[in-house]
Write a protein that binds this ligand. Structure first.
Ligand SMILES: Cc1cc2nc3c(=O)[nH]c(=O)nc-3n(C[C@H](O)[C@H](O)[C@H](O)COP(=O)(O)O)c2cc1C
Length: 371
């Protein structure tokens, strides 16, 4: 399954793994794939700590960093992170905060200890993601910066290119892929609706070849619903240069996931996810639960735009992690439909080996058809 992109990045297998956990990122790169750390939830200072840790544990392998600069969000244009946060804070209706609090109170989820406060404005604005890029570019083993939810600003693309790295961007439609290509993006990630996290509404089987044809010869990674070597074979058969995966790594032994959340993931079925704006304000695939139902229900004040909705829900995310057992029915569990095929926690190495074995079996099956 070695593609030309593997040579460009110095990796053995074109299996890209998105994760917020540094241990997963290092383990995937060490197993021959390409780990990508999701930076959105880290302050620049925390990101520096995570990247230093990865540098120390990844050997000579390369890895990537993923940022989120949406094409559209509330407060766009303000470049000072503090001013942006103050401005946004002032525009959050009290009824949204009360509604979120009530859902947690009804489920008996305790408040955070006195003095502890969740970070409300994450890295998903140009103002807050730009300092993350500065940090990432100080780490030589970071060979790729990926952006979600839009084409990154011209100056960010230039800065990454000038440092000798590649830029990737996710998309959920061919039109977005063409815009990425026109802006000079090196790798386009086509994510079908079945994928976990923010996602569009076109299925992978339709989207992947559409994007591959639309932007050829720009390399495309196939994302959304990849959980086995069978799907990798399908993606490469369509002309993808590799696969970009996320859900597969939520349940690995290296993942930093509270036991109650791990249980929710392992017992979820293929039909237990929903595309909802209830946590972030943009359509995001996650496990359906009492929280997603409540925001869809008759008492809901409706969701706010990005990043306002998460400024309301950040406290609930932190309380969910800290009190995972009590919060298990109202937690933020981003996951794709492939979660239904994952029923046990395994090591990154085992998952990678199985992907390769299944891929080889699939290719052999096709070769047998040719006589
Ligand atoms: C828990 C979770 C969080 C995610 N957060 C981000 C993110 O911050 N940035 C991003 O580019 N993609 C994010 N994604 C999407 C992944 O990068 C990837 O495209 C997606 O998981 C692929 O589909 P799959 O889940 O079916 O493997 C997230 C996915 C999951 C499961």
């Amino acid at each position: 399954m070695h593609t030309s992109l593997c040579d460009k990045l110095g990796i053995e297998l074109p299996i890209f793994a998105f994760s917020h956990c540094r241990d997963v990122v290092a383990a995937v790169s060490k197993a021959g794939g390409f780990g990508v750390l999701g930076a959105v939830g880290f302050s620049p200072q925390q990101l520096e700590v995570e990247l230093n840790w990865i540098d120390e544990h990844i050997g000579d392998m390369p890895y990537g960093v993923d940022i989120v600069i949406p094409g559209k969000y509330e407060g766009m244009g303000e470049v000072d992170p503090q001013k942006l946060e103050q401005m946004l804070m002032a525009s959050i209706p009290e009824q949204h905060r009360k509604f979120a609090d009530k859902i947690l109170a009804d489920h008996g989820v305790p408040k955070l200890p006195e003095g502890e406060q969740a970070q409300q404005l994450l890295g998903w604005t140009a103002a807050t993601a730009t300092p993350q890029v500065e940090i990432a570019l100080k780490h030589p083993k970071v060979k790729l910066i990926a952006n979600a939810l839009g084409t990154p600003p011209e100056e960010i693309i230039k800065e990454i290119h000038d440092s000798g790295r590649l830029v990737a961007a996710l998309c959920g439609a061919a039109k977005q892929a063409r815009a990425h290509q026109a802006a000079g993006i090196d790798i386009i990630i086509a994510q079908g609706t079945e994928g976990g996290g923010h996602t569009g509404d076109v299925g992978s089987l339709v989207l992947w070849p559409e994007v591959i044809d639309a932007v050829a010869p720009t390399p495309v990674l196939a994302a959304g619903g990849v959980g086995s070597g069978k799907q990798i074979a399908a993606a490469l058969a369509m002309g993808a240069q590799g696969v970009w995966t996320g859900t597969l790594w939520l349940t690995v032994q290296e993942a930093d996931v509270p036991p109650a959340q791990m249980e929710s993931y392992l017992k979820a079925g293929t039909r237990d996810t929903v595309r909802s704006r209830a946590w972030t304000g943009k359509p995001c695939r996650m496990l359906k639960n009492d929280w997603t139902d409540a925001w869809e229900g008759p008492d809901s004040p409706g969701t706010l735009g990005m990043p306002l909705q998460f400024m309301v829900t950040a406290d609930a995310v932190s309380r969910g992690h800290r009190y995972a057992e009590k919060a298990k029915d109202v937690m933020f569990n981003p996951a794709g439909q492939i979660i239904g095929h994952i029923n046990q926690s395994r090591s990154v190495r085992d998952v990678m080996q199985e992907l390769v074995t299944e891929y080889v079996e699939s290719v052999e099956r096709l070769q047998a058809l040719n006589g």
